[in-house]
Ligand binder design. Structure first.
Ligand SMILES: Cc1cc2nc3c(=O)[nH]c(=O)nc-3n(C[C@H](O)[C@H](O)[C@H](O)COP(=O)(O)OP(=O)(O)OC[C@H]3O[C@@H](n4cnc5c(N)ncnc54)[C@H](O)[C@@H]3O)c2cc1C
Length: 386
């Protein structure tokens, strides 16, 4: 049997977006997806920015929009807050993933669900993919879009270390519990979250409450639920999973192979958002694979690695910002809250407010550099974060 031009392991947003490029260019594409149904079960808070969608060159579609949001309202331990405005959506992730993958299927891609890739190896200038229920499949190129476990990268010998955090989320029906989000995603910060945060997301007739942290996620979730007085006997749905914060790969690509999305650790380490980076990396990997297949030169895959490493998703300021958040105590968070004082991080008067506070409380001078780093990290996050 002729090899597929591309086998994509994983039909999430990263794989789906890569498949769109390849199938639309006329190449034979096969998705291998271990789940019974694409996107189900959902393991996501489902926040996505308009910018993320635009950058992925995807139109918005009523079928997967649950609610439009203005951005993130950050609440500090003393109750002060500020906003990080970036318009976006709370989406229905299952419908969104299905819609993205369907664009590729409509362009001719094949989708095999309930089919788990078990190994990927080089063979005769191409690749062989073994699965749990088919004969080995041959492909000219492979896209590893298999999420945080990153097995394709491991099989290809690219994966070094994985650093990730855990997240859990409970859903409540509006009739059982509601929260005044006023069109914002609400994030709660504090020392106890160790660089993570608690959240409340509005989802039309539902509210999702969640926690992301490097440790004690269950205890933190219990604490947040108690603070917010959610009715724990009325949980509509539970979800959770791993969120890559930093993956060490020797390269994001090899000749004829690219690792995309969570599998490549491409998330924003500040807030942990990964849908936008998944779509973006999938799009770039798909375009590079099209060039490689058209010109029969698998060396083009190096362009994907170079492109991603030079992109804002790999800007070191993001990890510096995430590390600073992880090192802060409540007093630091409260100070940031005082500086921003209900304003938005885009608001330039923040700098003037910062100056005013320093005049009154010069002991915070030492934190100036940290705050400026965080401001830069947050501006990048504002655009590329989710
Ligand atoms: C609780 C939680 C909340 C989150 N909230 C947000 C949020 O609000 N906004 C945001 O931007 N990001 C959020 N994220 C992160 C976001 O969900 C991921 O970054 C995103 O799903 C990455 O997309 P992906 O396509 O790379 O991987 P995935 O969506 O994980 O897709 C990978 C696919 O590969 C399949 N697969 C895996 N292994 C194999 C195999 N061996 N063979 C065949 N198929 C395989 C899986 O079944 C899956 O369908 C959250 C994550 C969690 C856990």
């Amino acid at each position: 049997m002729r090899p597929y031009d591309t086998v994509i392991v994983g039909a999430g947003p990263a794989g789906g977006r890569a498949g769109m490029e390849l199938a639309k260019a006329g190449f034979s594409v096969l998705f291998l997806e271990k789940r019974d149904v694409v996107g189900v079960p959902v393991q996501c808070g489902e926040g996505l920015s308009e910018f993320g969608l635009r950058t992925a060159q995807l139109p918005e579609h009523a079928s997967w929009i649950r609610e439009r949001v203005r951005g993130v309202r950050c609440v500090l331990p003393d109750g002060t807050d500020f906003t990080v405005s970036i318009p976006g959506y709370c989406i229905d992730r299952a419908k969104f993933d299905q819609w993205v993958v369907q664009q590729a299927v409509d362009a001719g891609a094949k989708l095999w669900v309930r089919t788990k890739a078990a190994a990927v190896r080089r063979d005769d200038g191409g690749w062989v993919i073994e699965t749990d229920r088919t004969d080995p499949i041959r492909a000219r190129t492979v896209i590893g879009a298999d999420g945080p476990a990153s097995n394709v990268a491991r099989w290809a010998g690219l994966l070094g270390q994985r650093f990730y955090v855990k997240a859990v989320e409970y859903r409540f029906a509006e009739r059982d519990w509601s929260y005044p989000c006023d069109g914002w995603l609400i994030f709660y910060f504090g020392r106890k979250y160790r660089g993570g945060y608690g959240w409340v997301f509005p989802k039309a007739s539902f509210y999702d409450v969640g926690v992301l942290s490097s440790q004690n996620v269950k205890e933190l979730m219990d604490g947040l639920c108690a603070e917010l007085k959610v009715p724990l006997d009325r949980i509509h749905k539970k979800t959770g999973g791993d969120i890559p914060i930093k993956y060490v790969l020797s390269s994001l690509a090899a000749p004829g192979l690219a690792i995309v999305g969570d599998a490549a650790g491409v998330t924003n380490p500040v807030f942990g958002g990964g849908i936008h980076p998944a779509l973006y990396s999938g799009k770039i990997a798909g375009q590079v694979a099209v060039r490689a297949l058209e010109q029969e030169d698998m060396g083009h895959f190096r362009e994907y690695h170079r492109h991603m490493k030079a992109s804002p998703y790999f800007d070191p300021i993001l990890w510096k910002t995430a590390d600073l958040f992880a090192s802060w105590d409540d007093a630091h968070f409260n100070f940031a809250g005082k500086v921003l004082d209900h304003r938005d991080t885009r608001d330039t008067s923040t700098i003037r407010a910062f100056g005013r506070i320093l005049l009154r409380q010069p002991r915070y001078l030492a934190e100036t550099r940290e705050l400026l780093t965080i401001k830069r990290g947050l501006s990048l996050t504002q655009t590329y974060g989710w």
